[in-house]
Design a protein around this ligand. Sequence first.
Ligand SMILES: Cc1cc2nc3c(=O)[nH]c(=O)nc-3n(C[C@H](O)[C@H](O)[C@H](O)COP(=O)(O)O)c2cc1C
Length: 189
Amino acid sequence: MQKEKIRRIIVALSGASGAIYGIRLLEALQRIKIETHLIISRWAEVTIKMETGYLVEEVQKLATYSYSPDNLTAPCASGSFLTEGMVIVPCSMKTLAAIACGYVDNLVSRAADITMKEGRKLILVPREAPFNAIHLENMLKLCRLGVVIIPPVPAFYIKPSTIDDLINHTVGKVLDGLGIDNELYERWK
Ligand SMILES: Cc1cc2nc3c(=O)[nH]c(=O)nc-3n(C[C@H](O)[C@H](O)[C@H](O)COP(=O)(O)O)c2cc1C
């Protein structure tokens, strides 16, 4: 008998500024009942505390499953664990570099490495300003390998009036990238 396909996505928050983007994505995926496997890096724990009103435990509860970045025995550390893909939001320049070099030293880079090798969708939301040549080269290298790079850059034709509008625009673009219909931002008509 054929099993029903579970919609399952890996979400990682790394230690770049913009933890709220990851939190908003988890909230959206929870609303539409997509199974999420969450990894919060050590430095993302710090940005969650510094930048948002959320406790790390509250963010973990938004996900279906949550893992320590040190847990290389987690299901998403293996390609045999089927997922639709992975989003790293926000993505630090350190995690970007690790993925671009195949340097796998924690569950975030391991799961990303697996996602790429299995030919699944990998979306990065890189946050830094300005970018140096190393950052840009790493993004170009990954883009050429099929990784989708969605920087948190707002479009002003949506006429944002709150910070929430800006956050929802980026998260809506990530959902678009995953092929998930959403109304988080107003589309160009
Ligand atoms: C408050 C705060 C904000 C940071 N913002 C950024 C950022 O926007 N982009 C970035 O690449 N690194 C940023 N960092 C530095 C990263 O946290 C650091 O490079 C860390 O090693 C990333 O590790 P991770 O990718 O495993 O989370 C920030 C650090 C702190 C404490």
